[in-house]
Design a protein around this ligand. Structure first.
Ligand code: PHE
Length: 450
């Protein structure tokens, strides 16, 4: 089938997909859970999940997308026309992308706000008074308008890139931003590692402590592997449909997996040695990025302003290319189904996800009385997005891939119509048919029970 839209080259495809994979998950989530669940011990488990399951899921999404040349729902229906209900797996991916983007926009908005607060010196002015830094964050994140303003600024940037198109927008922007991201993270690593007492942070991150690697830690590793590689939401399926037909899907997926993992590890090296060197305790999530790190930067005097600005810029760059991939998946799906123009689809989802993002943002302040199952709207959607929706969609995808889709199609697509050798295929097929579905089932059931 003729390729309607595609990246211009293998490098472009890899950059765009790495852009999707490297995001908030790498920089503020991975380092923390790695340290929390036993450093090197967690890392070993995580690497197994990433390479044995995550990359297999990514390849399966790439194969489905490129083979079908359609967006999530139609892709499943095209590859197995006998039962159109498989399209529901695609729909689940779209729903997941929708909620993830809405939530992602909130944190990205805060990040954008903190780029501004670092550059303007507002953060530095707080000094090393932890109480003042935390009051500042609470004031910032719960005030009715400031986070909304920054959220909107961030969303407009994402919209502009999507309007630029697959090659001129997504691909070109990723080719610029990814190298920038690598430079930023390396600069921060050097700074962090050369601080006195940095060794303790390195130890926290890497020295294996198997006593801390609980069952919960193993599940966290699997959840993080899916989230970090952007699989289980239809995004990689859409990007797969843009991979040029002559590209090697296996190699492409491996490059993306390696880059994503390296950047997560580098982010840990940029963060923890500095945290320990300055005498702070590591925490996770918003607490780490918005409370502990500003304090760390403020102990560095004037240079702290520079490093704080670079750090929040790094986080923003990572978030932009991830948000782009989510908005692209939604836009491409919508336009395929309705025949709407690209700008109209992008604008629609920009407006709706931004509006929902604003509601989630307000749920931490003026709307905090609204609760679902005892959780604020933000916490509720956070739980859905991390524990339930992606593993469920990933499970549906991998069952379709391993048990429903004709195997000849898979082999033909992975070997580029018999022109590439696929020596890995036996192991790959085994992982896709047995190991991945089982592992995902365990995660889902455990998630539901707990
Ligand atoms: N992989 C991104 C991260 O690590 C998150 C993401 C998930 C982006 C799904 C796109 C799609 O932050």
């Amino acid at each position: 089938m003729a390729q309607q839209k595609s990246f211009s080259s293998n490098l472009g495809a890899i950059m765009a997909a790495v852009g999707s994979a490297v995001g908030l998950g790498n920089i503020w989530r991975f380092p923390y859970i790695c340290g929390k669940y036993g450093g090197g011990a967690f890392l070993a488990v995580y690497l197994c999940f990433v390479f044995l399951l995550g990359s297999v899921l990514m390849m399966s999404e790439f194969v489905i997308g490129r083979r079908a040349q359609h967006t999530p729902v139609k892709a499943f229906q095209t590859l197995y026309p006998k039962n159109k209900a498989w399209g529901l797996v695609g729909l689940l991916g779209i729903v997941t992308s929708f909620f993830i983007l809405s939530q992602y926009l909130v944190i990205s908005g805060w990040t954008t706000g903190y780029v501004w607060n670092s550059v303007s010196g507002a953060l530095a002015a707080l000094g090393t008074d932890s109480a003042a830094i935390s009051a500042f964050f609470i004031q910032f994140s719960t005030s009715p308008w400031t986070p909304v303003l920054f959220l909107a600024i961030f969303a407009v940037i994402v919209l502009i890139v999507i309007l630029g198109g697959v090659q001129k927008g997504i691909e070109n922007v990723s080719k610029v931003l990814m190298p920038v991201l690598v430079v930023l993270v390396l600069v921060l690593c050097v700074r962090s590692l050369t601080l006195p007492g940095a060794g303790k942070g390195v130890e926290y991150l890497f020295s294996p402590d198997f006593s801390k690697l609980t069952g919960e830690g193993v599940l966290a590793a699997l959840g993080q592997a899916l989230f970090s590689l952007s699989v289980g939401m239809g995004v990689m399926l859409v990007y797969g449909s843009y991979i040029p037909v002559k590209d090697n899907i296996f190699k492409t997926a491996m490059w993306i997996t390696v880059c994503d993992t390296l950047i997560a590890i580098l982010a840990g090296v940029a963060i923890f040695p500095a945290v320990f060197s300055c005498g702070f305790e590591p925490t996770g999530g918003p607490g780490l990025v918005f409370l502990v790190l500003p304090n760390v930067f403020n102990t560095m005097g004037a240079a702290g302003v520079v490093f704080a600005s670079l750090f929040f810029l790094l986080l923003m760059v990572a978030a932009i290319t991830s948000a782009i991939s989510l908005l692209e998946a939604l836009t491409a799906w919508f336009c395929e189904h309705t025949g709407a123009r690209r700008w109209a689809g992008a604008l629609l989802f920009f407006v709706v996800t931004t509006a929902l993002g604003v509601v989630f943002s307000l749920s931490m302040g003026s709307l905090s009385h609204i609760k679902i199952t005892g959780l604020t709207l933000f916490d509720f959607v956070d739980k859905m997005n991390s524990i339930y929706l992606p593993p469920l969609c990933a499970l549906g995808t991998i069952i379709f891939f391993g048990w429903v889709m004709p195997e000849e199609d898979i082999k033909d697509e992975m070997s580029n119509h018999g022109t590439l050798r696929i020596g890995y295929y036996g192991l790959f097929r085994f992982l896709a048919r047995y190991v991945a579905p089982l592992a995902l089932l365990v995660v889902l059931v455990t998630g539901i029970i707990s």
